[in-house]
Design a protein around this ligand. Structure first.
Ligand code: NAD
Length: 370
């Protein structure tokens, strides 16, 4: 796919980006993109996305989300992100990821973690090449953040704090999840434990919908065995895009960028949207939802569980500490952002940005010469 040129005028500001690096390995056909956005708070950490259509703009927007997310979570880390332009199902995935790792060896202000198309095994390969990766398998001294569901766990904590702000009782509330992957599957599980009923889930093949409820463990078993939620034996099979118009109380985008857009935003019926995915909607779309009194929690607040876990791993901490930090930080930040949003009548993203920018700018103030 031909990439749209990165627009400096549109995206650059006083926060960043600090570096945009393209790396190639012609021998295996690897093309990687790394954006280090801002490192005032510390060395950057952020995931590696492996998709066929990942672009510089997408990686920049994701890196900026990491700058904000790490700052709001009070982590001593800046924001960075990477993309590898390749199909994650290709048989030589290990070769491509290893080539990418070798190519970023000297970019020491960036430590990779998992994202769409990569997982703990991928992090194991990167760690083996350059001794720098987070979300690694336990056997390599890591905390496998995808396997333990750190991000989904945090999104469910966020939901519990947010629900009273939109008069929602989680007990019996209905849930639709876009993307039944590492984030989507785990958030559905942790919300089910809080009394929420999964009624719809999608993946790259389509959407399964059953208003009677879908047991999360059963759907996960089907997805693992067959590769698709559509193989679930009950309910109705729909197209991917249909998920966004289904009746539900809670909607969790947990897959693609800009999945909520001007073509589907008016059809959304949920009262509460939690951004499990990064950049699933533009600020303009979020504002439209806010004006319709749909409560929408931005990515850098709702899905910070994974990077909070990675920051604990970075310092050699335990899984138990990681879960404790996720509970404390996500609950505190959700409450702070929603209280401010309610008091000032501004969308939650704007309330969160004030908090994030204050922290990043304070950290940047220590870098000036005078
Ligand atoms: P994943 O690769 O494990 O899962 C993605 C899922 O989305 C897969 O089931 C895939 O089939 C599905 N999918 C792909 N295209 C789709 C489409 N058009 N419609 C519906 N489903 C589709 O990825 P992940 O790690 O769960 O990441 C998902 C999102 O969450 C990304 O935006 C990522 O940046 C964000 N995120 C991930 C983490 C993490 O810890 N993994 C942390 C924070 C944010």
């Amino acid at each position: 796919m031909k990439e749209v040129c990165f627009s400096f005028e549109e995206y650059c500001d006083d926060l960043g980006p600090a570096k945009i690096v393209h790396v190639y390995d012609a021998a295996c056909g690897m093309h990687g993109i790394v954006v280090i956005d801002n490192v005032a708070c510390g060395p950057s950490i952020g995931g590696v996305r492996m998709t066929l259509d990942v672009s510089t703009q997408e990686v920049f927007r994701l890196a900026r989300a990491m700058t904000l997310k790490n700052a709001v979570a009070g982590l001593a880390h800046g924001g960075g992100k990477a993309g590898i332009v390749a199909d994650p199902r290709r048989p030589d995935k290990a070769r491509i990821i290893r080539a990418f790792a070798r190519a970023i060896r000297d970019l020491v202000e960036y430590t990779p973690g998992p994202d769409m198309g990569t997982d703990e095994t991928s992090m194991g390969w990167i760690f083996n090449e350059i001794g720098r990766a987070l979300g690694r398998p336990r056997v390599l001294g890591g905390i496998p953040l995808d396997e333990i569901g750190a991000t989904g766990f945090g999104v469910a904590e966020c939901a519990e704090v947010a629900a009273p702000f939109c008069n929602l009782n989680l007990q019996g509330a209905t849930l639709a999840v876009e993307g039944f992957g590492n984030v989507g599957r785990h958030v559905a599980h942790f919300l089910e434990e809080k009394g929420v009923k999964l009624v719809a889930a999608s993946d790259s093949h389509g959407t399964i919908y059953d208003p009677a409820g879908i047991p999360v463990a059963e759907l996960a078993k089907v997805k693992t065995a067959s590769g698709s939620v559509l193989e679930y034996s009950q309910g109705t099979k729909l197209k991917q895009a249909d998920l966004f118009g289904l009746p539900c109380d809670i909607l969790i985008p947990a897959a693609r960028p800009d999945s909520i857009h001007k073509g589907n935003v008016n059809g959304i019926q949920a009262k509460l949207i939690l951004q499990g995915a990064n950049i699933p909607a533009t600020p303009e779309i979020e504002r439209q939802l806010h004006e319709r009194h749909v409560l929408i929690l931005p990515d850098f607040i709702a899905n910070a569980g994974g990077v909070i876990c990675a920051a604990v791993e970075y310092r050699g901490g335990t899984e138990k500490q990681a879960f404790e930090d996720i509970v404390q930080k996500i609950r505190h930040n959700t409450e702070a952002v929603l209280t401010r949003s309610h008091r000032e009548g501004i969308p939650p993203r704007e309330a969160g940005l004030i908090l994030a920018h204050d922290r990043v700018r304070e950290a940047m103030s220590f870098r000036t010469c005078e």
